[in-house]
Design a protein around this ligand. Sequence first.
Ligand SMILES: O=P(O)(O)OC[C@H]1O[C@H](O[C@H]2O[C@H](CO)[C@@H](O)[C@H](O)[C@H]2O)[C@H](O)[C@@H](O)[C@@H]1O
Ligand SMILES: O=c1ccn([C@@H]2O[C@H](COP(=O)(O)OP(=O)(O)O)[C@@H](O)[C@H]2O)c(=O)[nH]1
Length: 458
Amino acid sequence: MSPARGGRLIVVSNRVALPRQTATGGLASAMRSALQERGGLWFGWSGKIANQTAGTLRYQQDGPVRYATMDLSRSDHDHFYDGYANRTLWPLLHYRPDLVDYNRGHLDGYLRVNRLFAERLAELIEPDDVIWINDYHLIPLAAMLRQRHIRNRIGFFLHTPLPADGLLITLPRHRELLGTLASYDLIGLHTARDQRSLEDYFVHELGASLRRGHRLRYGDRRFRAGVFPIGIDTQQVAQDAKQADSLEEIAQLRASLDGRVLIIGVDRLDYSKGLPQRFEAYARLLERAPEMHRKVSFLQIAPPSRGTVPEYRQIRRELERSAGHINGTYAAPDWAPIRYVNNSFPHSLLSGYYRHAKVGLVTPMRDGMNLVAKEYVASQDPDDPGVLVLSRFAGAAQELSQALLVNPADTEEVADALEQALSMPLAERRRRWRSMMDVLEKQDITAWRQSFLGALTD
Ligand SMILES: O=P(O)(O)OC[C@H]1O[C@H](O[C@H]2O[C@H](CO)[C@@H](O)[C@H](O)[C@H]2O)[C@H](O)[C@@H](O)[C@@H]1O
Ligand SMILES: O=c1ccn([C@@H]2O[C@H](COP(=O)(O)OP(=O)(O)O)[C@@H](O)[C@H]2O)c(=O)[nH]1
């Protein structure tokens, strides 16, 4: 269905993948694919820090996508993005109340930036536009737009998990914040569990009523919660992976492996991704299977993320120690068991790396979806596919049931899965891969965009 019945699509997110930028982060990768096909306006933070938050919009055009972005001052960035979004909401949404750092200054900064977004956005909105707001950085934005008399259809998609109401109520002043979700017409979530959490919270904590079809009524607002698992551009990733074979970097990787089997992990350097536990599981494999020594190599790509937040600096230090310890314990003059790389790579190259890896190791402690798991599968050679080892606590596990599903906290179980993956017969690999690829072909990024916008404009 055409979203705006003739109107424009306006996508709003804190993180915007500007033209010619590597989008390390699922939201930016996915929205870029969704918008490039459909066209529209993408509104958000420029990724730049300025002397002050002037609220001036900078416009750029890339094919059918027009970008409108603004800089933030250091103080706004620190309170809004580092502070409330990434030190309060992110740990809460990823089931880490122990890491939640709540402070009034952060909340004030968060509300200030949301108000500024609302002011600037309201000036751009035309009556037929459909507005699609993304993620926990911008929860109160629709309520602020409604205060400015914006009556358009407004949808919200939460890219992270949503924990149960028992955890949500630990957030100070949770009603004031989460209650504003009722200002949207549609709230999209990755999984049925997240949808249940939202409904339980509204019903049990806010006294909303729930009707058939996941329709909620709260005060004078009526809205709906829907499950829309995000996909990838499956055909494009498969094609990129095949073509990557001719890239110099892939030839270099292959030469460096010298016949060894590659295990790959690709994650932003985030405590939610379960990297220390993953390293430990790999070390456990080396400890109990000496016959694997010199035969495997684990490449962990982990571009630094949110590096000014203390918890992220801490995890970085921890992983450096752990990688050093594993190599120190098991390496030989001609073999390093782990290659730990703190750089980001473009999609076209990553897909080649995925294709060359016999095992994709994706073991977050919690993850909204995890697009890397999907990209790994889509990059495989159909004749000789690798095996995906996947955390049960990634949204992707709901669709990719033919992966080897593990509890990432159980390092023995992850080591078992690695052994199973490394020795899996070709027929079983092909069967599992085909079944996962069927899902990815059907529920790709286009299907995601169409189903969300279809439900929003219905
Ligand atoms: O913008 P950053 O602070 O650099 O962080 C990157 C993004 O991380 C999160 O991504 C989520 O969205 C993915 C796509 O739906 C999903 O697969 C993944 O599980 C999520 O973690 C965050 O939610 C985004 O807002 C960030 O842009
Ligand atoms: O060096 C890198 C590392 C990651 N990514 C991309 O960043 C996204 C990560 O998304 P995911 O949903 O797995 O996790 P998030 O980072 O959003 O939590 C995927 O599309 C990756 O291909 C990338 O382009 N280059």
